[in-house]
Design a binder for this molecule. Structure first.
Ligand code: SAM
Length: 256
């Protein structure tokens, strides 16, 4: 179930005080965050689910969901009460599909969705009532939770955090990894699915991308500075396709 909020969720998303929020969290690139929010509000909030379908098609979407769920299944996380966070959840397209399958493995599941863009979360809450939306930034998850804890009771840590196609919108990967590590419980699992390095410079303008994907080895090196175990895989056949341009997807699993 979604957590009880101290004000209607619509009000939380509508009247969020970004000025105070950005003053209270650790972000070095405030302008970039505001640009991202603007981009996703104007260009994607209403269309996001259709965009994801067009990138992958339903078969590959199921494969991506299964990969994430299997990473949880075969991780050291002890099943019991599981708090999961989709970081950069957008409109919740993957949040809900992953949660549905996770619930079969871990019936005592709480699902949280954090995103910087309120209008993406508004689409999510209009579709799904059993996910708790949190406005927040990947670079300071702890600070984001603290800020929103005035509006609802939030956990201080999570057993499983995943993030899909969001890392390439964040300027500093190392900061995101450190921020996630701060809120992962012991033996907690963090899984990132994102684009491998590609050459489509125009994605920056067309899709608000900050990085043209990543070299998975570079991600491994950065992750090793923070996490005790790191595993990177590229799944053959899973590509993010857009108007004839395709980028492979890597899956990085990191244990606290
Ligand atoms: C490409 S969308 C991916 C959304 C979702 N995971 C999906 O696959 O549909 C990227 C999301 O990251 C969010 N975002 C961008 N920068 C962020 C940041 N620094 N912290 C948190 N969310 C961010 C955007 O608002 C957007 O919803």
């Amino acid at each position: 179930m979604a957590l009880e909020m101290r004000l209607p969720v619509e009000e939380y998303l509508e009247n969020f005080d970004f000025k105070s929020f950005l003053r209270s969290v650790k972000v070095r690139d405030e302008r970039l965050i505001l640009d991202q929010i603007r981009y996703f509000t104007v260009k994607e909030a209403v269309e996001r689910d259709r965009i994801v379908e067009s990138y992958f098609g339903s078969e590959k979407i199921s494969e991506i969901v299964d990969i994430l769920v299997n990473k949880f299944k075969f991780s050291p996380i002890k099943h019991g009460k599981i708090r999961t966070l989709d970081l950069g959840s957008g409109t919740g397209f993957f949040t809900v599909r992953v949660a549905e399958k996770l619930r079969k493995l871990a019936p005592d599941l709480e699902v949280y969705a954090m995103d910087a863009t309120p209008s993406m979360l508004k689409v999510l809450v209009n579709k799904y009532k059993n996910v708790t939306p949190i406005i927040g930034v990947a670079e300071d998850v702890r600070g984001s939770l603290n800020f929103s804890s005035g509006f609802m009771d939030l956990p201080s840590e999570f057993e499983f955090i995943f993030s899909i196609l969001t890392l390439h919108h964040c300027l500093n990967v190392a900061n995101v990894f450190r921020s996630v590590n701060e809120v992962l419980g012991s033996n907690g699992l963090f899984v990132v699915a994102d684009l491998c390095k590609h050459e489509f410079e125009e994605f920056k303008l067309e899709m608000g991308d900050v990085h043209l994907g990543f070299n998975p080895e570079e991600i491994r090196e950065i992750a090793k500075e923070t996490f005790s175990e790191v595993k990177i895989e590229i799944e053959p056949g899973i590509k993010c396709e857009c108007s004839g341009r395709g980028a492979e997807i890597f899956f990085a699993s990191m244990i606290k």
